[in-house]
Ligand binder design. Structure first.
Ligand code: KIV
Ligand code: ZN
Length: 388
């Protein structure tokens, strides 16, 4: 069975940077862009050039240094936005302009105060204008998640005629259910003339915690580009997390989809973005959270020590984590205590372990976590017979 590639479009530097209080300067953005390029990201959305002189500069400088990835700049469906983006992207080896407009009734009536006919006209004009600068033009139908499918199909068909190479179907408000979002992609594939010549892209927000599930559902139904950010950062509750979609394709070969991301760089990339933005990663975050490979309950620890696969579906080394950790707490059992004691130099017999375990529980009941130094204290406080 042939496997299809899903392109990874990273928008950490654009949508990701829309996190309140997490602004990056050009130097920080250059470091991140270089690392994303090196990790195998296919498209780097470098910014929204017309939004500020700082963003214009960042997109310009990123365009100069990126070697492999396409560099993309965001615009509204506004002529001047597109002119400015084209200028910022002029040094890029592979430039892409990402333009678009709201297509849901909510956006048309309450934000843009216009009609569906006008939206189509503006969308077509924007794509045609972008096409006068670059070959690669991505169109976003903002709030596509809440856009009526028949109208969305009409917009898509028109922008394809105007030269769009990628159709971005954003669930801007994170509203869709995975089946609903997947069905939307399927509907477009079946009802838009010319769609076989363009790439369909998923851009899902996480307001209901379904961004990753929706993106995967989109890919299962024919999308071949996913827009995502490191650590899932972004506007409000964030975007689809890059590390999650990449590892889902890797751990589920049954989907016959793959990416070109070097997964061993994921953990370090997560740290770089977290530190640059001053935004901590929640400990239970999938793939890159501090607890993603930490085992704390006795039953799980016993299993993992016997065979890692009993409670781990990912080898931590595959995402750049040295090894899983066995965390000692009052919920831990003898197997975990023996394992950690051995790591710090004590080979305990069964009888010795029974004695040390009693002392361990006294410590663990008053301390959240037992560290290596505590193990020495516990052993010293235990009345052990024989040599250690
Ligand atoms: O969420 C969204 O709709 C966007 C577009 C600008 C692509 O970020
Ligand atoms: Zn977005």
């Amino acid at each position: 069975m042939n496997r299809d590639k899903v392109q990874i479009f990273d928008t950490t530097l654009r949508d990701g940077e829309q996190v309140p209080g997490c602004k990056l300067d050009t130097k920080q953005k250059l470091v991140i862009a270089e690392r994303l390029d090196n990790m195998g990201v296919d498209i780097i959305e470098a910014g929204f050039p017309v939004s500020s002189p700082g963003d214009f500069l960042s997109v310009t400088e990123i365009s100069k240094i990126v070697q492999n990835a396409t560099v993309c700049g965001l615009t509204r469906a506004v002529k001047n936005d597109i002119d400015v983006a084209a200028q910022a992207l002029k040094h890029a080896k592979k430039p892409r302009i990402h333009t678009g407009i709201g297509t849901s009734d909510s956006h048309i009536l309450h934000k843009l105060n216009t009609t569906r006919e006008d939206i189509i006209a503006r969308a077509k004009a924007a794509v045609a204008h972008a096409k006068s600068y670059v070959e690669d033009v991505e169109f976003y139908a903002e709030d596509a998640g809440r856009t009526d499918n028949a109208f969305l199909a009409q917009v898509c068909e028109e922008v394809i005629k105007s030269g769009a190479t990628v159709l971005n179907i954003p669930d801007t408000t994170g509203y869709c259910l995975p089946d609903e979002y997947g069905a939307k992609i399927k509907y477009l594939k079946e009802n838009v003339k010319g769609i076989e010549n363009v790439t369909i892209s998923c851009h899902c927000h996480n307001d209901l915690g379904m961004a990753t599930a929706n993106s995967i559902s989109g890919a299962i139904n024919g999308a071949r580009q996913i827009e995502c950010t490191i650590n899932g950062i972004g506007e409000r509750a964030g975007n689809t997390a890059l590390e999650e979609v990449v590892m889902i394709f890797r751990q589920h070969p049954d989907l016959n989809l793959y990416t070109d991301i070097d997964t061993k760089q994921l953990n370090e990339m997560s740290r770089l973005v977290s530190e640059s933005m001053g935004m901590m990663v929640q400990p239970n975050k999938a793939i890159v959270g501090a607890n993603a490979f930490a085992h704390s309950s006795g039953i799980h620890q016993d299993g993992v020590i016997k065979n890692r696969a009993t409670y781990e579906i990912i080898d931590p080394a595959d995402v750049g984590v040295n090894e899983s950790s066995i965390v000692l707490t009052a919920r831990s059992g003898r197997a975990a205590l023996a394992y950690r004691a051995k790591k710090v130099g004590y080979e305990l017999t069964k009888a010795q372990l029974d004695v040390v375990y009693v002392e361990f529980l006294k410590f663990a009941d008053v301390k959240k976590e037992i560290l290596d130094d505590d193990i020495h204290l516990i052993i010293a406080a235990s009345k052990i017979e024989g040599d250690l």
